[in-house]
Design a protein around this ligand. Structure first.
Ligand code: NDP
Length: 314
């Protein structure tokens, strides 16, 4: 297929990408948006979103992302399935390659590729992945109804996953590597108030046990060095995320964790015509609402850039 041209290409379909699309489409830029390999992004694997302003009763993550998508569609965004696997940012214009064979030449690009779950890096964790090891309680919790499971991590994600699993499972161990949790106070209180959650402080996982499926975990106390084993059928890893920015590393300035560096107070990257928004460039706030806000900023920055270049409509 030959090269297709567009004024504005958006990569990613979380709150940042769809918000950028709403703004870019309303500005007449006729944006094309590629959804990536997880349409809707990380919120599609969350349960309730209770802290997005405008939803006093809360809303489920998947419903929220469907609403975001429909709003972007309503103003004419060309939303497409497809995973961008290569870029050439030696322009502008810049070229983007999609796994379905599409090649797009874009005057401006908005990156909103988000972040993905991190793993502990144990051989046993990898071997038993999808055989009891999971990074998504909402996706897989159902399979462990009435069973014993563990959640690794002590942030809001881990606390949320543990309270979700506590509703389905008999017992939930929370494996916390320090003597305190990083999660917000309200989430800490929630997990501590649930009787079937047991928090194992100062504890790390040495190995996930089991041949063909998870049967337990071997743990070590980080203070005493004492080892122990727990019998579990599900092992949920909730230790944070890594930005999805590998394909940009030859062109864009990234920090030591891989987050795209943008100019202060803007979404401009070091490459002309390329803007970054959402979790791909934010290692501090990482909220749906802040991602949406930076998606809006990226679309406004792209629109101004195109206007200065006299590439915008009108
Ligand atoms: P965080 O980075 O906040 O927390 C990661 C947790 O995993 C930390 O407790 C960390 O321990 C632990 N950890 C990291 N590496 C390892 C390891 N190798 N072994 C054991 N434990 C490890 O990530 P989250 O995904 O929890 O949250 C990300 C952001 O999203 C936060 O800003 C959070 O507030 C937000 N969020 C908000 C929600 C809400 O408001 N409803 C829901 C979910 C997330 P340590 O503390 O020792 O570093």
């Amino acid at each position: 297929m030959g090269k297709e041209k567009t004024k504005c290409l958006i990569i990613g379909s979380g709150p940042a990408g769809y918000t950028a699309a709403v703004y870019a489409a309303r500005a007449g830029l006729k944006p094309i948006l590629y959804q990536g390999d997880q349409p809707g992004g990380q919120l599609t694997i969350t349960t309730e979103v209770e802290n997005y302003p405008g939803y006093p009763e809360g809303i489920t993550g998947p419903q929220m992302m469907t609403d975001f998508m429909n709003q972007a569609k309503r103003f004419g965004t060309d939303i497409r399935f497809g995973y961008v696997n290569k870029v050439d940012f030696s322009g502008p214009p810049h070229t983007v390659y999609v796994d379905n064979g599409d090649v797009i030449e874009a005057d401006s690009i908005i990156i909103s590729t988000g972040a993905s779950a991190k793993w502990l890096g144990l051989e046993s964790e990898q071997r038993l992945n999808s055989k009891g090891v999971s990074a998504c309680a909402v996706c897989d919790g159902f399979f462990f109804r009435g069973m014993d499971v563990a959640v690794v991590g002590a942030g809001d994600t881990a606390a949320e996953e543990a309270s979700y699993l506590a509703k389905l499972c008999k017992k939930v161990y929370m494996i916390v590597r320090r003597d305190e949790m990083r999660a917000s106070l309200i989430m800490q209180k929630r997990v501590q108030s649930l009787e079937n959650i047991e928090i194992l402080w100062n504890t790390s996982t040495e190995e996930v046990l089991g041949k063909d499926e998870v049967e337990g975990a071997r743990l070590v106390n980080n203070v005493t060095g004492e080892k122990s084993e727990i019998a579990i059928q599900g092992f949920f890893v909730a230790i944070g995320h890594k930005p999805n920015t590998d394909i940009f590393k030859d062109y864009l300035d990234l920090d030591s964790s891989g987050y795209i560096i943008t100019e202060k107070g803007s979404t401009r990257t070091n490459v002309e015509g390329v803007f970054a928004s959402g979790d791909a460039q934010d290692n501090i706030y990482r909220q749906a609402v802040t991602a949406a806000g930076s998606g809006c900023m990226a679309a406004l920055d792209a629109e101004r850039y195109l206007a200065e270049k006299e590439l915008a409509v009108g």
